[in-house]
Design a protein around this ligand. Structure first.
Ligand code: GLU
Length: 340
């Protein structure tokens, strides 16, 4: 009996050692082969995942093929990995907010963003009027509609055309190529953005808007209507992972001091009112858009971008979240995990 017990004990110890070695191993496994293998697994595993629906409050988005699905990874040292529909250009939507924030921060510094827009989470839907009413900061933060429109109004330039030029230039630097606005999407959004206009005027009434309201809402709407592919988004997010320098073109796009601030905004508000669930699962700054895109940034290492149009109730891509969560777990990418 004693012998059996000690055999069991030895086996248990062996099991513990093996599993901890395996856990260790998964933390060290950021090799090219592993990134590719795990990305391909995530693609196959969730290709037919059910659930969610295309955004329908913007008519153009309702008509995008819900089966489209692509994953792209861009590492901080400039390697790209892609599987599925990674070249398809879809509406960047809310993900644009991150890069307009980068521009406004570049213009005014991070303290001004904190003071003039706000940086706290709302815990409310992305287009909440109530959040504007309840929060002392009003615009709340640059990644919800209210704050994003205020951020567009905050971009420093003499007029709206000059602002658009600056937005277009910085997006081109982030992506490593000039993005094009999807005209039909822009028309579709412009014809249905009364709710956003109401929020913008409300902010104006509270003195939290910094330029012509209609023109700033138009800039915001146009920025949301950029066509971007999963590959573009991986490079744009990869620039944030690489401390502000585009990993492919090697150009410095923003001051590296601002990257942690932008990523902090993403970690507190990137996935709207389900950001808490997201961070709980991934430990990563992320941002989603109602066009079906989602980005996740692992500072110093890599960025993941997924495109799959069906969204959950909060407005986040269902497959996108599943794929990123899977990759984070398999590749040991959770920033809050202290095991090395
Ligand atoms: N253009 C969309 C809106 O203003 C973006 C929303 C989103 O992606 O969260 O409603």
């Amino acid at each position: 009996m004693k012998r059996i017990n000690s055999i069991f004990f030895a086996l248990a110890v062996l099991l513990l050692i093996t599993s901890s070695v395996m856990a260790q191993k998964s933390k060290e496994s950021l090799t090219e082969a592993n990134i590719r293998a795990v990305m391909n697994e995530a693609y196959e595993k969730f290709k037919n995942a059910p659930g969610g629906a295309n955004a329908s409050y913007i008519p153009f988005l309702a008509d995008v093929d819900p089966k489209l699905y692509g994953i792209a990874v861009c590492t901080a040292d400039g390697k790209l990995y892609e599987v599925g529909d990674t070249k398809y250009e879809f509406g960047i939507e809310s993900i644009s907010k991150v890069f307009v924030l980068a521009l406004a921060m570049q213009d005014h510094g991070s303290k001004a963003i904190e003071d003039s827009i706000g940086v706290n989470a709302t815990g409310m839907p992305f287009n909440s009027v109530l959040a504007v009413e309840l929060e002392p900061a009003r615009a709340v933060n640059p990644l919800v509609n209210a704050g994003a429109m205020a951020t567009n109004s905050f971009v420093k330039a003499p007029n709206s055309a000059a602002k658009w030029q600056k937005i277009d230039d910085i997006f081109a630097k982030f992506a490593g190529r000039r993005l094009q606005v999807i005209d039909k999407l822009y028309q579709s959004e412009s014809a249905t953005n009364q709710h956003n206009k109401a929020i913008a005027w409300l902010l104006y009434s509270y003195g939290r808007f910094y330029d012509n309201v209609d023109e700033s809402v138009d800039l915001y709407t146009k920025g949301c209507s950029y066509g971007s592919s999963a590959k573009d988004l991986a490079v744009m997010a990869g620039t944030l992972a690489n401390a502000g320098r585009n990993p492919i073109t090697k150009e410095e796009v923003i001051n590296p001091d601002f990257c942690p601030k932008i990523l902090a905004n993403m970690i507190t508000e990137g996935l709207y009112d389900s950001t808490g669930d997201w961070v709980y699962a991934t430990g990563l700054p992320g941002k989603s858009g109602v066009g079906g895109g989602i980005i996740a940034v692992v500072p110093g290492k890599l960025a993941i971008a997924v495109f799959a149009p069906p969204l959950d109730k909060a407005g986040n891509s269902v497959k996108g979240q599943l794929a990123v969560k899977y990759m984070v777990e398999k590749l040991g990418l959770n920033l809050l995990d202290g095991r090395k």
